[in-house]
Design a protein around this ligand. Structure first.
Ligand SMILES: [Zn+2]
Length: 381
């Protein structure tokens, strides 16, 4: 059988442009052609998928998630992590950065090693495009549900070991800007091509601005677990929201942020810099809505990116055609992988999500392989 597949008759959101009644030709793992070409010139033996009245968008990229299906990544086995990852794929996430919570030195090392052990060629899972460390160099006051006993001062020695053991796969590290000596640490991360993200922080406006000047490029779930905006002290949230260069992770489950705050973010932040994340907990795929700790503290969300996109459209009034970039090209640009992911163009990986007009996921292609999002059964084709 030829390795060609043709997706046709759908509106293609690349998402930099909209192609009405467009087609995508896939060859093996990558995109060959995108445009309005129908059947013309397609190679013999091509499998044709007629997606009339549907939308084709790039596969979603989730840069912040901790688990699913009762499984929390830290300290889990490769097999159980794979189970969790499958659930994310079923919801349209075709590539992701697993995030590790604040843990002991050994636990972090161990989990990094487990992720490296997950075989690249396991079918039916999203591509793991790196690792996100949410701590341990954060604020105790704004730790959320992260464990106090493992929060520590930034250590270059420790960080260098993580980088070495991860074989360079650490892409994002969350730090609190108020920690003494953080500027040098942020500069070190930048030199290593790791994205310093400000979060779990009680930093004030000035401290956060200083961290941005040192190299902070991202806000870890903007507004959540950070000092908020007050009219005489705009706080960490104010500094991160106001700077047009800084990307902002946003948990758009309708619980972590009031709908009006989503609207405020969309008004203040260039759309190119907003990245929706799930911050998925082990309850993702089991329960709907947010998760709460035993003490009643709100933590990560169980809302899939498709629903988060719907919320953003609903609460901000920005059309879906534009909002979809917040889970595709935006995270791809942050990670500098837009020539591989997040954009439907020739040569990129054939990671594609097909949605109906109500924005329900109907089909998923990961590197050209097709999966059914329905139920737990994955029909590879
Ligand atoms: Zn998180």
């Amino acid at each position: 059988m030829s390795g060609f597949k043709l997706i046709k008759n759908c509106d293609v959101l690349t998402p930099l442009r909209v192609i009405r009644n467009g087609s995508i030709l896939i060859q093996d793992e990558s995109i060959q052609r995108v445009g309005q070409f129908g059947d013309s010139g397609i190679p013999p033996g091509t499998r044709v998928f007629n997606f009339r009245n549907k939308l084709a968008v790039p596969g979603f990229i989730d840069i912040h998630l901790h688990g699913a299906e009762g499984i929390e990544f830290t300290d889990s086995s490769p097999e159980s992590i794979v189970t969790a990852l499958k659930t994310h794929l079923r919801n349209g996430t075709t590539s992701l950065l697993p995030s590790l919570m604040t843990a002991s030195h050994e636990q972090v090392l161990n989990t990094i090693k487990i992720f490296l052990d997950i075989e690249k060629d396991i079918p039916d899972i999203p591509e793991i495009i790196g690792i996100n460390l949410e701590g341990p160099y954060i604020s105790k006051e704004k730790r959320g549900v992260q464990r106090t006993q493992f929060i520590r001062r930034p250590s270059l020695t420790e960080m260098k070991e993580y980088i070495r053991v991860s074989k360079g796969s650490i892409k994002i590290v969350t730090v609190a800007p108020e920690i003494e000596g953080i500027s040098d640490f942020i500069r070190f991360l930048t030199e290593q091509d790791i994205i310093p993200s400000a979060g779990h922080t009680n930093a004030d406006f000035e401290q956060t601005q200083k961290a941005i000047e040192s190299g902070v490029m991202l806000a870890t779930h903007l507004f959540n677990a950070m000092r908020g905006i007050a009219h005489r002290e705009p706080g960490a949230a104010g500094a991160l929201l106001l700077n047009d260069e800084v990307y902002a992770e946003v948990v758009a489950d309708g619980i972590h942020l009031h709908p009006s705050i989503l609207s405020l973010i969309a008004k203040a932040k260039p759309l190119e810099k907003i990245i929706l994340v799930t911050d998925a907990t082990k309850f993702y795929g089991i329960r709907k809505g947010a998760s709460y700790s035993k003490e009643g503290k709100l933590f990560g969300s169980n809302t899939e990116l498709g629903l988060a996109l719907k919320h953003m459209t609903q609460f901000t009034g920005i059309p879906f055609e534009r909002i979809v970039r917040t889970v595709t090209i935006n995270p791809a640009k942050l990670l500098k992988i837009e020539n591989k992911k997040g954009l439907l163009k020739r040569g990129n990986d054939a990671d594609i999500v097909i949605l109906d007009k109500e924005l329900n996921i109907k089909d998923i292609f990961v590197k050209g392989k097709r999966f059914s999002p329905s139920g737990n059964i994955f029909s590879s084709a």
